[in-house]
Design a protein around this ligand. Structure first.
Ligand code: ADP
Length: 307
């Protein structure tokens, strides 16, 4: 039986430097990255991966949808006439990357307008969203999306949330933290990263992060911690930890968390145990940090090691 993973959020055009005067055009964004990695490590026969967002009716929006189709991610896109997609450009100076964004008017900010129900999700399917998904929406849109996620959960959809705390996308830290806890309250599974959680919620340790999300209504918290061990705590069982294998040649940690989530979700959706899912997430993220960019080639042989 095929299970469906629907990722919800904003995919942007990525311009990355190629030589002095040129740029390559790509597509990326936290939730899209997770969908893309889930696709890389799963079979279309057992898992269908779809992406829900809003785009415009221009050439860039069409290319974005073509990219998704080419990557075997089904575009579940609301088309808004006259709108366009967000864009970011990567600058390289002395080997350091910096980013500039043009996303304040992007179509994705309107993805929840007139939304009644998340497309094509049945019992046992997964809906995945992040704190960035919530951050780009106006307050009314945020509430509409949360209501749709809650209704989906009541129909047996497994709702998964990565808080992905990005202070710059919010008016205040209070708004960010309140929306984050509201996101967790409609989610079965929360996938936070401890460093950010400690900064914004003053959690003393990973256990505290997990407990806070379980108290908000989630049933499972999987707390990532860079090279440190991943803490897994479900409401009804004892916590356990999984240590990622050490990685010596770290080049760029962009999309470490996104790729972990992709591996974790693909494994769960294909019937893996929780421990298997965390191990696949770690192995995948461990490869991603050794290469530059958000979407990188992964080696199936390395992923299957010890699986
Ligand atoms: P985020 O990108 O959200 O900050 P984390 O830094 O918590 O994510 O990392 C997510 C996962 O990426 C970790 O659980 C681990 O599997 C892997 N990872 C990240 N940094 C390292 C590292 N230095 N060494 C090994 N694995 C890492």
């Amino acid at each position: 039986m095929t299970c469906r993973l629907l990722a919800i959020g904003e995919c942007m055009v990525e311009l990355s430097p190629r030589g002095e005067d040129n740029c390559a055009i790509g597509f990326a964004g936290d939730t899209l990255n997770t969908a893309w990695y889930a696709r890389q490590v799963s079979s279309p026969e057992t898992l269908s991966v779809a992406y829900f967002s809003a785009v415009g009716d221009d050439e860039l929006s069409r290319r974005m949808a073509d990219f998704m189709r080419a990557q075997k991610i089904e575009p579940a896109l609301k088309v808004i006439p006259g709108a366009t997609v967000g864009l970011y450009m990567i600058f390289l100076a002395n080997g350091e990357r910096s980013f500039q964004y043009w996303r304040s008017q992007s179509a994705a900010r309107r993805l929840a307008e007139d939304l009644k129900e998340l497309p094509g999700l049945g019992q046992g399917d997964f809906a995945y969203f992040s704190g960035i998904t919530l951050a780009i929406l106006p307050p009314e849109g945020r509430q509409v999306l949360l209501d749709c996620l809650k209704a989906a959960a009541e129909r047996g959809v497994r709702v998964v949330f990565d808080p992905n705390l990005r202070r710059r996308l919010w008016d205040s830290a209070e708004d960010m933290c309140a929306a984050t806890m509201a996101g967790a309250s409609v989610s079965e599974i929360v996938l936070p990263s401890f460093e950010d959680e400690a900064e914004w919620f003053s959690d003393a340790d990973k256990q505290a992060t997990a407990e806070r999300y379980l108290q908000a209504g989630s049933r499972l918290a999987v707390v990532k911690d860079g090279p440190g061990s991943v803490l897994v705590k479900a409401v009804d069982s004892a916590a356990f930890e999984v240590a990622p294998e050490p990685v010596s040649n770290i080049v760029d940690t962009t999309a470490a968390g996104d790729s972990f989530n992709g591996g974790f979700l693909a494994s769960l959706a294909e019937g893996g145990s929780l421990a298997d899912a965390v191990r696949l997430g770690c192995r995948l993220a461990g490869q991603v940090v050794t290469q530059r960019g958000a979407l990188v080639e992964v080696s199936a042989a390395d992923l299957n090691r010890g699986a």
